[in-house]
Design a protein around this ligand. Structure first.
Ligand code: ZN
Length: 171
């Protein structure tokens, strides 16, 4: 019989790490190579690590985790405790710059305006590329409100809503 709480302990530990550092591992740079990290790795030297029923090692002390990319993580797992010297653990990690939905896709423009539908489509392409979950993606109304915060006014025309003095970056 499977112990359900043991089954969840590993995931809970991962969630605790995410909470501790405030972001998923992908918001950080790999401690070893500086690429985008993908996973929270547990330091082999963590003193109170626990093996779950599937043999996965976890810790209830989030500060023993550090961000690694997939490549370095598998290397770290393979090398085991001998990996210590080449995996320099740091107490603070470099944080990736926050993706900016506006700057990534749009620009202010003195001589052009953009149809609301077109702008919203461009935003959705951006949100897909960023891997936002459906609940994080703004509705069109919320999108217009965020545009307003960025100083973009809008007007209703016979073609639909137009966002004034705005252009797509690719244009
Ligand atoms: Zn790496």
């Amino acid at each position: 019989m499977i112990n359900r709480s043991a089954e969840r302990a590993y995931d809970k530990a991962q969630a605790r790490v995410r909470e501790y550092y405030g972001d998923p591992a992908s918001a950080f740079l790999c401690t070893r190579c500086g690429d985008t990290a993908h996973t929270w790795a547990l330091d082999h030297r963590a003193p109170n690590a626990i093996l779950d029923y599937r043999g996965r090692r976890y810790s209830e002390e989030p500060h023993w985790y550090f961000p690694l990319c997939d490549r370095c993580e598998s290397l770290y797992a393979t090398m085991g405790p001998t990996a210590g010297p080449i995996f320099k653990r740091v107490s603070t990690f470099d944080v990736l710059p926050e993706p900016d939905w506006f700057a990534d896709t749009f620009a202010h423009s003195d001589d052009s305006s953009t149809l609301g539908a077109t702008a919203y489509s461009a935003y959705r392409v951006w949100s897909d590329a960023e891997g936002l979950s459906p609940s994080e993606v703004w509705s069109r109304r919320a999108f217009y409100a965020r545009m307003e915060e960025r100083g973009i006014a809008r007007r209703k025309t016979s073609n639909g809503v137009v966002l004034l003095r705005l252009k797509l970056k690719s244009n």
